[in-house]
Design a protein around this ligand. Structure first.
Ligand SMILES: CSCCC(=O)/C(O)=C/O
Ligand SMILES: [Fe+2]
Ligand code: NI
Length: 192
């Protein structure tokens, strides 16, 4: 279930809202032109399922979004804890890639197949921290300033939709706001 926390973007951010109520979450996101939909989760997909198997499992839903919204490239981003010696290093590098505020020329449309992660949407003096979980399809308009935190122990699989065949391209704003807002680990731990 999606968990939304809203903060002010002040030097000392204040919490304005915390909710898991689906209607409240959807309404708060609609105010900033962000769309949240839900797809039934396909059972039985292993963490080590490959991209083709994942896309096949959601073939009909993906095809509908592609047809309706004109995406030309769809991929799967995923990271799950393993016992390889370089896991901690790879996890930290993957986390760091998205951890500073950035924009995209394309929409950010992501479907959570498994695990979780938080999209922080910085709009109109507020930061909406959207903790996405399996079944959540989040659509963020192009140019929205945002960042993403997968936490110190990343564990997620997400389908991503692009209008650009180059896939993920981010423009970093240089704003340090991400360092002032509670991170994934803090928000997840404080969720009651
Ligand atoms: C959960 S998908 C990986 C993160 C990503 O694609 C993005 O653009 C974060 O801002
Ligand atoms: Fe992004
Ligand atoms: Ni996992």
């Amino acid at each position: 279930m999606t968990y939304l926390t809203v903060y002010t973007d002040a030097d000392a951010p204040e919490t304005l809202l915390r909710t898991e109520d689906p209607a409240e979450v959807a309404a708060a996101l609609k105010e900033i032109d962000v769309r949240l939909r839900h797809w039934p989760v396909v059972d039985g997909l292993a963490d080590d399922a490959g991209q083709d198997e994942i896309l096949e499992a959601y073939r009909d839903q993906v095809a509908k979004v592609v047809a309706e919204e004109g995406y030309t490239f769809v991929d799967v981003a995923q990271l799950h804890p393993d016992d390889t010696p370089d896991w901690a290093e790879r996890a930290a590098a993957a986390r760091a890639k998205f951890l500073n505020e950035h924009t995209h020329d394309d929409d950010e449309v992501r479907f959570f197949v498994s695990g979780s992660g938080i999209f922080y949407l910085h709009v109109g003096g507020k930061v909406h921290a959207v903790l996405c979980e399996p079944g959540d399809l989040l659509s963020v308009p192009a140019k929205t300033t945002h960042w993403f935190d997968m936490g110190t122990t990343p564990d997620f699989t997400a389908i991503r939709f692009f209008h650009d065949d180059d896939g993920w391209v981010g423009d970093f704003t240089g704003d340090s706001i991400a360092s002032r807002i509670p991170d994934y680990d803090t928000i997840a731990a404080g969720r009651s």
